[in-house]
Structures are given as structure tokens and as C-alpha cells.
Ligand binder design. Structure first.
Ligand code: BG6
Length: 473
């Protein structure tokens, strides 16, 4: 038997990509609400185009999304039918603290998640909760400049204290920041950063990173204090970087590229800034004002487990002229040995085994795959049914690779939650067309559709995978 009996099979979503109801229940406005669909999305997410209020010229897909706010009982029942052992979701910070700096939390928001967690437990589903998934109150961005301001640590501490206290006994698996390394790639989403003309962007990103790393360690401390049963994880947008050739220059470049990402997890898992980062800061004249107290908090509060998303491996070359392709926002050199999805993300199941081994060797802590999946433009029949054999194929091959890592390499793995278990809004493009789900949702890129949910072929396939604990693939 390869997977332990208590292996956590399930699926993952994020509040801003599925909840909708952006102004209901006392919720405040968040950065993710004002990321439009269309050509302006990328500049906004990069912090290059300032959009802190919605306007009438753009369509904002997060505002309604798939309206899970009103459909969560129906959706969780479908997850229950698939046999999910866990469901990864995120909290919308603005449901709990609409502006972010209030004295008292918003009871309606707290109640919403309490109902949702109870609904999960009805089906024996263990919630796995991301505290912030690209999510920051707009008010904190306007007033404090987002995470480059140290004050954010206190607002976050307040948020997590409320969450850990209120949901004690209902939730025990928590992730502090989704894909924390995305600060470097999507700074508005990852840290609420909007850059001013002439600003030292690298400095602002690493300042924000430092504050999130401290906030994450503080959250770990508070979680363990409130309930020693709590298990706290960090979350990395993973996928190891291959050298394009065996030329030592390419190998060295791939090591440097990996370090840009490992940097965050090195701090969260080992409790201090790695030597290569200190030298990088010196070279770039990045002064982070790391206090003695910061050092202690980081050292004493490392994470319990390492979670990560995996869609693709990456590839790099010292030669800048080689053709590039997309891959979860990171532009990467096109690997000639791999096929790609419709969105150019290269497909590499063995890369998942490599990544699992690289992370386990480096950190020697339990791992959790909390995102993996294929974004594809599904074609439903007249009843909304999708025969998504391509998705089954993608997931099957990745699960086989993960099984090999567990069975043959001895990697300790807590669970697997495939991304977008129900169709939702794409984070990078804002499209509905880029679908990941086992469940089709009738909604298009312009916001039309009945929101009707229909199981796809992969729904029934995944149900068997879970029931057989990964034996029937
Ligand atoms: C990860 C994010 O980067 O990839 C998710 O954590 C995102 O929020 C997922 O949805 C897939 O990316 P996309 O751009 O296809 O939605």
C-alpha cells in the first residue's frame, strides 16, 4: 500500500476566485476585486498600473466569480460525493476585517466560514485553510502601502488570532500565505504593492517579503499557543528549474533561479535567512532592518510542513536568446522534451517527482501538494457534461509520479489537493474559459451563465481514485 490510510485527498480553491458576493455580509473591498479581466489585468497584478477602485470600463471577474458564497452547501455536497478527505479554501480577509485595521471583527464574515467548516465536517472533510491567497484589504493598501509597511504584521496577527480562536476544533491545517514567492512576480496580488515612478522595486518586494515572513512566523507561534493541535504550513509556487544544457553556465543559472524561490521557504522552514540571500542583499544594497526580535521569531517558529503548487517544471539557459514560454506566470525557456497546455504551460509529471524529492531532501519536513491540475477550455454537451479525458490523463500521470516519490523514494506526503476542483476564475488571466474543475460551472468570460454545476467525466474518475486510496488510476 503506497499511501497512508489517512492520506488527505481533495481539491483546492481560493476565496477571490470562487466566492463572489464581494459586497455582501459586510465585506470590504480587496485588491483581488479590482484586478480586471483583459489586457489591463497583468499590469495591475504587477503593481505597474494603479487601480484601487473599480471603474465602469472594466469587467472584474472576482466580484461574482462562481458565487460560491451562495452555493457552498451544494458545492461541498459534491466534494463529499467525490469522497474528499480535505478541502483547501482561503479566507477573504475583508470578510473578517473589512478595512483590515478595525478593532472588532465582522461577525457575519466569521459566521460564514464557521458554517462552511461545519458543512465540510458533515461529510468528513477536513478543511485546509489558506489565510491569505493573493488577498489584501484595499484600505490597507491605500493607507499603508501594503506589505512594504511593517504595520501590516500587526493587522495580520490580529486576523490570525481571531481565526485560530474562533475556529479552534474546526480547523487544524493552516497555510499562512499562498505562493509566497509570487511577491516577486505578481507584487500587487502577493503583497498589495503598487509602485511609484522611480521606486526601488526590488527593495520594496524584499521588504514586503520580510514582513510576510515575520507575519508567517508570528502566525505559527500564535497558532501553536492557541491550540497545540494546529499544523501550520508555508506554501511555495514550486517546480524545479532544469538547466537547458549540461553546460556549467546553464547549471549555475538553474541553481540561482531555484534559489529565488527557495529563499522564502528556507526562512520559513529553517528559521533564518540563507547565506546566499544575505550576500544578495549586500550586493543590491537592500536594507531590511532585521531586528533581534525578528531573528528570534523566525528561529523559534518554523513551519510544521511544506506545501506547494506544481503545474510544471521550469527550464533556464545562460543564453538569453532561447525561446521562452509561459508557466504559472514565470516565463521559462521552452523545454523541447515536453508538451504544453493550451496556455503554454509545459506538462511534466516526472518533474513533480523531482520537485518532491528536491524539497524533501532540502527541508526534511512533511510535504503537501496543495495545487496541481490542467487549465483547459472544456466543451460541454447540451447538458453541461464534459468528457475531459485530457484532464484525467494529466492528473493520472502526476498522481503516478507522486506515488513513486512516496513509495520508492520515501518522501513523507500528507496529501494532495488538485487545483480548482470546481471551475473558477483564473488567477493569471481572469478567464473562466481556463477551467481546472471536476465540476463544470456554466459561466463565461463576459459574466453570462446560469452558474449551474455539472460533474465532468473526471469527477467520477477522481471518486474512484480516492475510494481506492490511489490504487485505481
Ligand atoms: C496558482 C495560484 O498560481 O495557480 C492559483 O495559487 C491559480 O490561485 C493557479 O489559480 C492556476 O493559475 P491560473 O492562472 O491558471 O488560474
Amino acid at each position: 500500500m503506497s499511501f497512508p490510510e489517512n492520506f488527505l485527498w481533495g481539491g483546492a480553491t481560493a476565496a477571490n476566485q470562487c466566492e463572489g458576493a464581494y459586497r455582501e455580509g459586510g465585506r470590504g473591498l480587496a485588491n483581488v476585486d479590482v484586478c480586471p479581466a483583459g489586457k489591463d489585468r497583468f499590469p495591475v497584478c504587477l503593481g505597474k498600473l494603479k487601480m484601487l477602485e473599480p471603474d465602469s470600463e472594466h469587467y472584474y471577474p472576482a466580484m461574482e466569480s462562481i458565487d460560491m458564497y451562495h452555493h457552498f452547501r451544494e458545492d461541498i455536497a459534491m466534494f463529499g460525493e467525490m469522497g474528499f478527505k480535505t478541502y483547501r479554501l482561503s479566507i477573504a480577509w475583508t470578510r473578517i476585517f473589512p478595512n483590515g485595521d478595525e478593532e472588532e471583527p465582522n461577525e457575519e464574515g466569521l459566521k460564514f466560514y464557521e458554517d462552511l467548516f461545519k458543512e465540510c465536517h458533515k461529510y468528513g472533510i477536513e478543511p485546509l485553510v489558506t489565510i491569505t491567497h493573493f488577498d489584501c484589504p484595499i484600505y490597507l493598501i491605500k493607507k499603508y502601502g501594503g506589505w512594504k509597511n511593517r504595520k501590516m504584521i500587526d493587522f495580520y496577527k490580529k486576523l490570525v488570532t481571531v481565526l485560530f480562536t474562533r475556529y479552534k476544533g474546526l480547523v487544524k491545517y493552516w497555510l499562512t500565505f499562498n505562493e509566497i514567492n509570487m511577491i516577486l512576480h505578481l507584487p500587487f496580488m502577493g503583497a498589495g504593492l503598487v509602485f511609484e515612478e522611480g521606486e526601488n522595486e526590488t527593495l520594496s518586494k524584499y521588504l514586503a517579503a520580510h514582513h510576510e515572513l515575520i507575519a508567517s512566523a508570528e502566525a505559527t507561534r500564535i497558532a501553536h499557543e492557541i491550540d497545540p493541535e494546529n499544523k501550520i504550513g508555508c506554501m511555495l509556487a514550486a517546480g524545479m528549474t532544469y538547466p537547458y544544457t549540461c553546460s556549467p553556465e546553464d547549471v549555475w543559472k538553474s541553481m540561482q533561479k531555484d534559489r529565488e524561490n527557495y529563499f522564502f521557504i528556507d526562512v520559513q522552514a529553517r528559521g533564518e535567512y540563507p547565506a546566499y540571500a544575505k550576500k544578495f542583499f549586500e550586493r543590491e544594497k537592500i536594507e531590511l532592518d532585521i531586528t533581534e526580535k525578528d531573528r528570534n521569531v523566525l528561529r523559534e517558529n518554523t513551519v510544521d510542513f511544506i506545501s506547494f503548487s506544481y503545474y510544471s517544471s521550469r527550464c533556464t539557459s545562460a543564453d538569453n536568446t532561447i525561446e521562452k514560454t509561459d508557466g504559472n506566470v514565470f516565463a521559462t525557456v521552452k523545454n523541447p522534451y515536453l508538451k504544453a497546455s493550451e496556455w503554454g504551460w509545459q506538462i511534466d509529471p516526472l518533474g513533480l517527482r523531482c520537485t518532491l524529492n528536491a524539497l524533501y531532501d532540502r527541508y526534511q519536513k512533511p510535504l503537501f501538494i496543495v495545487e496541481n491540475g490542467l487549465g483547459s477550455s472544456d466543451e460541454p454537451d447540451e447538458n453541461g457534461y464534459v468528457e475531459d479525458d485530457y484532464r484525467i490523463e494529466y492528473l493520472r500521470e502526476h498522481i503516478k509520479a507522486m506515488k513513486a516519490a512516496v513509495e520508492e523514494d520515501g518522501v513523507e506526503l500528507l496529501g494532495y489537493t488538485s487545483w480548482g476542483c470546481i471551475d473558477l476564475v483564473s488567477a493569471s488571466t481572469g478567464e473562466m474559459k481556463k477551467r481546472y474543475g471536476f465540476i463544470y460551472v456554466d459561466k463565461d468570460d463576459e459574466g453570462n451563465g446560469t452558474l449551474k454545476r455539472t460533474p465532468k467525466k473526471s469527477f467520477y474518475w477522481y471518486k474512484k481514485v480516492i475510494a481506492s486510496n490511489g490504487e485505481i488510476l
